[in-house]
Every structure is written in C-alpha cells, then in structure tokens.
Design a protein around this ligand. Structure first.
Ligand SMILES: Nc1nc2c(c(=O)[nH]1)N[C@H]1C(S)=C(S)[C@@H](COP(=O)(O)O)O[C@H]1N2
Ligand SMILES: [Mo]
Length: 514
C-alpha cells in the first residue's frame, strides 16, 4: 500500500516535471504540451456552459479552464511515467529512462514538437531518476517505510525544482516579435500622435488615459497561435474575380496606403461597467485598398467571412468591411502576439468579436453564414451600444468628490455625458476630454490635399472613446448615475440588459459614501 502510494506521488511529480519541462522549453505557445489539452477542454465544453461562464465567471472561467487543462496534462504524463516505471520494474531495468522516453513519445503525439517533447521527457526522467537514486529496482526496497518516504520527498523536490525553473524560463518565451521597422518618419508620426493623446487625456486618477496602458485581451483559446510573419499570408477568396494571396511585405509595403488610426475596441460579452474596452493607436492599411487589387465587387450586398490562424471565424456584412483596416502595428510597435500578430482586422464601430486577430483569410460570401460566436447564440456582429462607464471615485483633499470614466458609441461618437448625483432625478453635464485626433498617413487623405473619395479629412478619430469627469460636493450618501448621448443625439438606453446575446445596456450607477 505504502509503495503504491509513494509510486503514485512519484508519478504525479514526474507529470508535473514533464509539463514544467515543456513549459521551460517553449512557454505558453502551441508547442506547450498543455496547449492541445486546453483546446480539447474548450472544444468539449458545451456552448451553454461557455456562455454562462463568460457571463458569471468572466476571465476566471478561462483561467479555470486552463488550470483544468494543466491538471489533465499532468495526469496524462503521470500515467505515462507510471506505466514506464512499471514496465522497467518488470524487466528489472532502471525506471527513469523508460519513463522519460515514454513521456517524450506522449509529448510528440500531443504536439509534435521536438524541443518541447524532449524537455517533457527530461523533466519526467529526472524526477523518476532522483526518486530512485541508491535504490534497487526491486519492490522489496521500495516498500520499506523510510525508503518510501525518501522517494516521495525527493520526487516532490524534483517536481518543485523543474516546475519552478520551468515557470521562470517559460514565462519569457513566446512573446518575441521582431523589432519595429527602422523607419524614422513613421515613428515620428506615431510619437506625435501618442503625445497628442497623452496631452488630451484628463487628469483623473483611477482611469486609463486615452491610449490604454493595459489593453484587454479576449480569445477563444488559452494559448495564442504563434504565427511566423515570413510564412504568413492573407488569402482573399470566394466571390472575387481572382483569388489572391498577399504576404506581409506586400501589405506593410503599401506605403501610399499606410495610416495611423486611434481605434477603440469593446467586447460584446463584457459587463455594463466592465473593463473590456480599450483604445490604441493602430498602424495599417485600409482593407479596400487590398481587396480592390483582388478585383472584389465592393458593391456586392452580402457578406464576408474572416478566418484566423486559431480557427476563429466571423462573418459580417460587406458594408462593415468597407471602412475596415488591416493593422500590423499597435502604438508604434509590431502587433503583440496576444493582439493578433502579424495582422488583425479593425472594423470601425463594431463589437470586438469581428476585429479578427491572426487574420489569414478574407472570404467574400454570396450567402450568409454564422460566425464562431453566432453559432453559440451571440449577436455581436453589429455596431456597439452606447455606454458611459464609471471607474473612478476620488475623494479629494478639499472634501469634494470626483467621478470619472470613459464613454464610447463607436462611429456615432459621443456628444455629451450627463451625471446625476441624486439617483437620476436631476442631471448635469460632465467635462469631456477633447476627441482624439484623426490619424495620420495615407497620402490622399492627409492634410486635405485631395481627399476626394474619402471625403474631407476628419477632424477627429472616427471610432474612439472619450473620457469624462465630474467634481461636486456632497455630505450624505447618494446614488450617482451616468449616461451618454451619442453624436446622432440618441440617449443611451436606460433599460438594463445582460451582455448575452447582443451586448449590455442600461445606465451605470453607484452608491457613494462621502
Ligand atoms: N482570431 C481571433 N480573433 C479574435 C478573437 C479570437 O478569439 N480569435 N476574439 C475576438 C473578441 S471576442 C474580441 S472582444 C477581440 C479582442 O481583441 P483584443 O484581444 O486585441 O483586445 O478580438 C476578437 N478577435
Ligand atoms: Mo469579445
């Protein structure tokens, strides 16, 4: 019994070391042995559970799913190591090489990546090895209580060591993207736009500046794809004159088309006052400049399907794509891996979900089809709802109270934000940040020189949020309510509705104690 128990602990420790070894070698990338297990966990979770988890657990659900995948991967390698050790025992050979090779084989079967698999095998072999140093392979030895205890302690120490080293080494892996192109002119443009954004940001503690410092991230998978920019292509397929492929150089090299745009993204699945709404300065090219060279009939009235390297796909009307943008830089740096490296779509005014990351294909459709989230009951392909959020409540030294947040209504823009400090009986206008500037770049629209097709140059960003702030005096507890009016004069709807299926609605309100 004791020996069974200690063998079990050694096997689990070997499983931890296998997963830790793989992580040390490749980090949180698709070559990590837990990555396909995580995919399997997501794929086998019923859609209703995913939707429930997004609403009630938020990011926690995602993290729990990944933890479950890690645990399953540990279990898988533990079982493999145990089987290897049992086999070795039967043939009276040392257990560590058999367990190690078994784990290499299991890892190859999972991810097919040599470095990751060898590291997994090395981790497992190491733990099984140190657990049995100085012990004969015979069962009699292992059954002695002190021997069993020694094995367990050594195995656990080994698992901790490999796991710890793995956590340190692996956390730095997988994020590498090439350094920004050494193009002084572009960088100067970006610099001055970012400077503008900083100077237009309101000085309110507790809210993000106009360009987010922390940009939220939402993905269907726990492990982001790692796309090689040199091998990446974007296919334009379906109802086009000629199916065409573009590579990265062709897109980034369209120097007459390259633009910088401030764009806000917001996730349809977030809470009304949630934090999945952020803004960045993106560099890229208008989608249509690309599609026209593929001979797309832009007057077509159906739709497009965007597909991605993580098997994500979203369909939406062609009309929404017309002002779409293919971004390859974010705040002057190459797109981070988590935000779609090397190229993502930005669709002005629409919910985050159709802003497809790791974009690989634009398929022009003649008939409608459901995208990834629409198959799961969401309606997130349309324009965003209007929202004013309340994220800062600051009690100032002079006794006044300052509240603040962001407001966003997609391409409709924000006209006013109103605030009530008496639960909605009376309203006053909040101070708004100046709109972010229109971007820069693109010869035909910059400086208003020609600007025929795209109309007169916009004075401000087409699809970006504003900040709001309001400072007042109060001596009793009270209810603060915020609401925005969009640029077309529509008041943000008061009716409270959950995020599912088409985005949250209602007015944010909060009780404040002076
Ligand atoms: N390929 C791909 N694109 C994707 C997603 C995804 O899971 N895979 N998530 C979408 C969702 S739901 C949102 S809200 C935005 C979030 O973009 P961000 O992670 O850059 O903030 O990306 C969208 N694009
Ligand atoms: Mo989203």
């Amino acid at each position: 019994m004791r020996s069974l128990l200690s063998s079990g602990v050694v096997a689990v420790a070997a499983g931890v070391a296998a997963v830790g070894g793989s992580y040390a070698a490749v980090g949180r990338t698709p070559a990590f042995v837990a990555a396909p297990v995580a995919d399997l966990v997501v794929a086998s979770t019923p859609d209703a559970v995913i939707t429930w988890s997004i609403q009630t657990l938020g990011d926690l659900g995602h993290q729990l799913g990944f933890l479950l995948a890690l645990a399953l991967a540990v279990g898988l390698f533990a079982a493999t190591a145990a089987a290897g050790a049992a086999l070795a025992d039967r043939f009276a050979v040392p257990a560590w090489p058999v367990a190690g090779v078994g784990c290499v084989a299991a890892a190859v079967a999972l991810v097919g990546a040599a470095t990751s698999a060898l590291a997994a095998g090395a981790g497992a072999g190491l733990v099984v090895g140190i657990a049995s140093v100085g012990l004969g392979p015979s069962r009699g030895d292992a059954a002695a209580p002190t021997v069993a205890r020694r094995r367990v302690l050594r195995a656990m120490a080994g698992a901790f060591a490999v796991g710890g080293v793995g956590a340190v080494l692996g956390s730095g892996k997988g994020g590498e993207v090439p350094a920004p192109a050494d193009d002084g002119e572009v960088a100067a443009d970006v610099d001055s736009l970012l400077g503008e954004a900083a100077s237009r940001s309101l000085d309110v503690e507790g809210i993000e500046p106009l360009v987010s410092e922390q940009f939220y991230q939402v993905d269907i998978n726990s492990v982001d794809p790692t796309v090689d920019r040199e091998e990446w292509t974007l296919g334009v397929t379906g109802a086009v004159e000629e199916e065409t492929e573009f590579d990265f150089e062709q897109i980034a090299g369209m120097s007459d088309s390259v633009e910088h745009r401030f764009v806000t993204l917001r996730c349809v699945g977030e809470g009304l006052n949630g934090k999945k709404m952020d803004t960045a300065l993106w560099t890229g090219v208008p989608v249509m400049d690309l599609l026209e060279s593929a001979g797309i009939d832009a007057s077509g009235n159906c739709c497009v399907m965007l597909r991605a390297a993580d098997d994500y796909f979203e369909e939406f009307p062609l009309s929404a794509l017309r002002n779409g943008f293919l971004a390859f830089e974010m705040n002057g740096r190459p797109l981070p891996r988590g935000h779609g490296y090397p190229v993502r779509a930005l669709i002005p005014g629409h919910w985050g979900e159709i802003n497809v990351k790791w974009l690989t294909e634009i398929e022009v459709l003649e008939e409608e089809m459901d995208g990834y989230w629409e198959r799961r009951g969401w309606h997130g392909i349309g324009p965003v709802n209007t929202v004013a959020k309340l994220h800062a409540v600051n009690h100032r030294d002079d006794g006044s109270i300052q509240v603040g947040g962001h407001a966003y209504a997609g391409t409709r823009g924000i006209r006013t934000v109103e605030i009530s400090t008496d639960g909605g009986d009376s309203w006053d206008e909040a101070t708004l940040s100046d709109p972010l500037p229109a971007g820069a770049g693109r010869k035909d629209s910059a400086g208003g020189a020609s600007g025929t097709e795209s109309g007169p140059r916009l004075q401000s960003a087409e699809d970006a949020w504003r900040q709001w702030e309001y400072t007042y005096e109060a001596s009793d507890p009270h209810q603060v309510v915020v609401r925005a009016t969009d640029g077309e004069g529509n008041l943000q709807p008061k009716k409270q509705r959950d995020a599912f299926p088409s985005g949250p609605t209602g007015w944010v309100s909060r009780r404040i104690e002076p």
